[in-house]
Design a protein around this ligand. Structure first.
Ligand code: PEP
Ligand code: MG
Length: 903
């Protein structure tokens, strides 16, 4: 028989799955002998059964009876008894904290009879009737689904009638009146009387808590916090203790350390003569915890001792809720406390210094997301800001600048030293120069993996996307939003961590943590100056990151295709370049050359001239990058163009021709030929068209010019005494034969350049990207022709799901996430079950042929914390991510290593 109910004395802190966080910690405190009011927890399993069947499991009621009787025996009182009633609270408590998302009902057990008993034992009629009206109010709203305003309006009008401001000014008689009014509301709204039977109250409240798991706001919260929908909540039923029984009573919250700096001390708030909900509701001003020392030294000393005991036991910062009932201290809740990103790093190293935790454990106490938060510039929290719209937070940070609408304006502003924000309906590769010049990017369309979002994240540039309240007219140079018509004269601020858009020049400050990460400890400390907290933070980040580097198994490389990005990547600790995308080197003013090469006839002089020109330019690109990287590996991916980005636009060509013909103008035969070619090469679905290795085979000479340029650049650097390590990577391979063909010509070129320049280039390796399911499933064959593989999880996700990234994310992903098809976009975090399985399969197959083959990943997922843990687990050798993500990847790779040791 399944056990659904656990007395607080039966559980412990490791049982969060079953008892929820609150229940597990209440049990742990009970085990430690701390003063926890007796109670029991109904498990999440019971909730799951209820949600599945629509009713509580058969055996639950009898189990609850046994647990309740045991509590009654301990307390020597019975639930809702007329003379001296036991009252209980019924609270939700899921595995992960979901503050304010689910329900609580207090004072269960009060009815027309027991309220008299409570009056007698408490000696306060007002207190007893206030408790009763609170029960009807909470029960009515939470359990019976009555509009809560009906109760609060009734309370307000009574206060008005009595001419008083605060609830506390109402008399016992007033509370009796309110109970009558509230009961009437219940009857009017539900057609039934407020239930007088205490056990019925308790059972109904339990079911209401179960149901509250699935409220709209709880679902939305879970989606945002990535909490699975199928966990369910536990229900904690706990003896009521009252902080509102006069001046020797009260309630409070405290932390064992300061949750924003991590420093030890007495941090907390106390509210005399009040219940917990009064503290949370902020109705009255709280006192500092230290004030308790004078009011009630005994309880204060006891609380301090418990705080220390809990921190020693949990070996972490704890937060605690307590109540004092007539001079007796009760512990109502504790948990490992939430903290700011900065405090997480500080507390972790403080605890290492205090020899409370090991360095491995310290690594487990911080996250890559927290490090990211510390790396971005931020808006000054104290500054006045005018919020004008919101979009999706796509790439964190705070950017402020004049509005610009295109590349020319952005570049002009940058030249004049004017900060600007590029505002566009959406972006495409042509907007790159503007994105580079601007402080941040704001778009009206697109999702978190739209071009703007992906590229901005790659550049570490702030971006807010999909702000659909913006009405952008780039031609007119206006943005209409929130009643304003903004122009290039206006300054806006965008917050890439929240998606907020502000009007005006909001002050921003740089992150000294980023200075440390890119220029070392001394530089970071220098920027921190005499800000002691900041100095401590930088030292803490350094110690934890150094440890991560010591323990991690994954190497970390960067995706970079310019010398500046390569330099930045090295500063951030990259150990090589895992992906240099060469198609970026063919855009801008080189685009016409590529267009000529593609559209000219095979074997023509035109094509050869274009190739020769491109080769010269490519060699220069590689020279610069290889020089920056020197002895570190640099994986150069041969061109993988979305073809349409390099060809003239078919529609506009056709319109031009149609207009010319209609006007009777003669058309240049060369143009006509060009139109025919563009028509022939037009693709309905370029993502699945003439891309990657296919283009290399279709256009002989193209890959070859790149490989030759790379070899010649390497040879030149060798001659200059450097140690270049280029690796040639072939994109979008599906079959061994494709790779073999490219490999053969690459080997010929490597041999030829070696001979010609008299240098040994035998170290130049040749590998492939695994971006197609077929490649993953035949990796044992591909491995014959490859020295290494890099999983291109962007395309692998596209091809495994059959999604075209640019087309799906902004369009139907929100519906998919709402419907629970996935909790987070598979383009952000690897879909372990599907795409991840292909990666795992590819790894195993590749190693079955070549046990030592080097395997990495270079899709966006290479910089995503959850994905990094997966890649570490499946045994990849490296991840490659955008330069700005390198420190995060180092940290997460370290965390993944210690997490796997623990398991
Ligand atoms: C990939 O597909 O994961 C990849 C890195 O290539 P790209 O994003 O350039 O298609
Ligand atoms: Mg790809």
């Amino acid at each position: 028989m399944v056990k659904y109910v656990y007395d607080f004395s039966e559980g412990n802190k490791s049982m969060k799955d079953l008892l929820g966080g609150k229940g597990a910690n209440l049990a742990e405190m009970t085990r430690l002998g701390l003063p926890v009011p007796p109670g029991f927890t109904i498990s999440t399993e019971a909730c799951r059964a209820y949600l599945k069947d629509g009713s509580v499991p058969d055996t639950l009621e009898t189990e609850v009876t046994a647990a309740l009787r045991s509590v009654e025996d301990t307390m020597g009182r019975q639930l809702g008894a007329g003379d001296d009633p036991l009252l209980v609270s019924v609270r939700s408590g899921a595995k992960f904290s979901m503050p304010g998302m689910m329900e609580t009902v207090l004072n269960i057990g009060l009815n027309d009879e027991s309220v008299e008993g409570l009056t007698k034992v408490s000696g306060s009629e007002r207190f007893a009737w206030d408790s009763y009206r609170r029960l009807i109010q909470m029960f009515g709203k939470t359990v019976l689904d009555i509009d809560g305003d009906l109760f609060s309006d009734a309370l307000d009008s009574l206060k008005k009638e009595r001419g008083v401001e605060a609830d506390v000014d109402l008399t016992a008689e007033d509370m009796r009146t309110l109970v009558d009014t509230f009961k009437k509301i219940v009857r009017d709204e539900t057609g039934e009387d407020f239930p007088q039977d205490p056990r019925t109250q308790m059972d109904m409240a339990t079911e209401a808590v179960f149901r509250s798991w699935n409220t709209e706001r709880a679902r939305i919260y879970r989606r945002r916090e990535r909490i699975p929908d199928d966990l369910g909540t536990a229900v904690n039923i706990c003896t009521m203790v009252f902080g509102n029984m006069g001046d020797t009573s009260g309630t409070g919250v405290c932390f064992t350390r300061d949750p924003s700096t991590g420093h030890s001390g007495v941090y907390g708030d106390y509210l005399p003569n009040a219940q917990g909900e009064d503290v949370v509701a902020g109705i009255r001003n709280t006192l500092q915890l230290s004030a308790l020392e004078e009011r009630d030294p005994k309880s204060y000393q006891e609380l301090r001792a418990i705080m220390r005991k809990l921190e020693t036991h949990y070996r972490d910062l704890c937060d605690i809720e307590f109540t004092i009932e007539r001079g007796k201290l009760w512990m109502l809740q504790t948990r490992v406390g939430k903290r700011t990103a900065a405090a997480a790093f500080r507390v972790a190293t403080q605890l290492v210094d205090e020899k409370m935790i090991t360095r491995d454990e310290a690594l487990g106490r911080v996250t890559g997301d927290q490090l990211t938060q510390l790396m971005f510039p931020q808006f000054d929290a104290s500054a006045q800001k005018e919020l004008i719209a919101r979009g999706m937070p796509a790439s964190p940070g705070a950017a402020v600048g004049k509005i610009v609408f295109d590349n020319a304006q952005a570049e002009a502003a940058a030249r004049d030293g004017v900060k600007c924000v590029l505002v566009r309906r959406e972006t495409n590769p042509d907007d790159l120069p503007g994105m580079v010049a601007a402080e941040g990017v704001l778009t009206a369309r697109g999702g978190k993996t739209s071009h703007a979002a992906v590229v901005a994240r790659g550049m570490g540039k702030t971006a807010v996307v999909g702000a659909d309240a913006l009405d952008i007219d780039a031609a007119a140079g206006t943005v209409k939003v929130d009643g304003h018509v903004l122009t290039s004269e206006d300054t806006i601020g965008i917050d890439g961590s929240t998606g907020e858009i502000f009007l005006g020049d909001v002050p921003v400050s740089d992150s000294p943590v980023t200075t440390y990460l890119s220029h070392g400890l001394e530089a970071g400390l220098e920027v921190a100056g005499d800000d002691a907290d900041m100095r401590e933070l930088i030292a803490a980040v350094d110690r934890i990151l150094v440890h991560a580097d010591e323990v991690r198994r994954l190497h970390v490389r960067a995706n970079a295709d310019t010398p500046e990005d390569s330099r930045r990547a090295l500063e951030f600790g990259a150990e090589g370049i895992g992906l240099c995308r060469t198609e970026h080197m063919f855009l801008g003013d080189r685009r016409p050359l590529v267009e000529r090469a593609i559209l000219s006839e095979a074997g023509s002089k035109d094509r050869q001239d274009a190739f020769d020109e491109l080769e010269k330019l490519q060699k220069q690109d590689f020279l610069e990058m290889l020089e920056v990287m020197d002895d570190k590996s640099m994986t150069v991916r041969l061109i993988d163009p979305p073809l349409h980005e390099f060809l003239p636009d078919l529609t506009s060509m056709e319109i031009k021709f149609a207009v010319a013909k209609a006007k009777g103008e003669t058309v240049d035969p060369a143009d006509e030929k060009m139109l025919a070619t563009v028509r022939r090469m037009h693709e309905d679905n370029p993502m699945l068209g003439l891309r990657g290795v296919r283009l290399g085979i279709y256009l002989p000479g193209l890959f070859e010019l790149q490989i030759r340029a790379l070899c010649e650049a390497a040879a030149e650097l060798v001659a200059r005494g450097l140690h270049p390590h280029p690796e040639v990577m072939v994109p979008l391979v599906a079959s061994e034969r494709e790779l073999q063909l490219i490999r053969e010509s690459a080997e010929e070129i490597i041999a030829a350049v070696s001979k010609d320049k008299n240098v040994d280039l035998s170290g130049v390796t040749i590998g492939a990207m695994i971006e197609l399911p077929r490649a993953a499933m035949t990796a044992e064959d591909l491995a014959h022709a490859a020295d290494f593989f890099s999983f291109g999880t962007n395309d692998l996700t596209q091809t495994a799901w059959g999604f075209s990234r640019d087309d799906v994310e902004g369009v139907f992903f929100p519906e998919y996430i709402d419907a629970g098809i996935f909790g987070v976009s598979p383009f952000e975090t690897i879909d372990q079950h599907g795409v991840g399985a292909l990666v795992r399969e590819g790894v195993e197959r590749a190693r079955s042929t070549k046990p030592e083959i080097k395997l990495g990943v270079c899709g966006e997922h290479g910089g995503d914390p959850a994905s990094i843990h997966f890649f570490s687990k499946v045994g990849l050798n490296y991840v490659s991510c955008s330069p700005f993500r390198v420190p995060v990847a180092r940290l997460e790779a370290g965390r993944a290593a210690v997490a796997s040791e623990e398991n």
